[in-house]
Unconditional design. Structure first.
Length: 111
């Protein structure tokens, strides 16, 4: 499994347009073979700073996404709205687990 984490920094006046583009992109990416999860999130204390969190079944699925029409469309539209180049880090995960039981976390369990 691969987990990709990225930072995207949008120009403040472009935030709403970027949000809409990201929403459309994540919907399309989630339908791709091998996509386990795909989301864009905006940070709470830095307006215009978005994080992408992606989970892919394997390298082939990840590579296929970056050759997909969904990604090409995103790239074609996002560039002029960015403050700087985006950064992506990919982590190869051999195992993952839930650190707690599946029930709701109590206040004592939250960082």
């Amino acid at each position: 499994m691969l987990i990709a984490l990225g930072d995207v920094h949008a120009q403040i006046p472009e935030r709403e347009r970027v949000r809409q583009l990201m929403l459309a992109t994540q919907r399309r990416a989630r339908d791709e073979p091998g996509c386990i999860s795909y989301a864009f999130l905006e940070t709470l204390d830095d307006p215009g700073h978005f994080i992408t969190v992606q989970q892919w079944r394997d390298q082939a699925a990840f590579d296929a996404h970056y050759r997909s029409l969904a990604f090409a469309d995103y790239q074609a539209q996002i560039g002029e709205s960015l403050v700087r180049s985006s950064e992506l880090r990919v982590h190869v995960v051999q195992e993952s687990y839930a650190p707690f039981d599946a029930g709701p976390l109590g206040p004592q369990d939250v960082d």
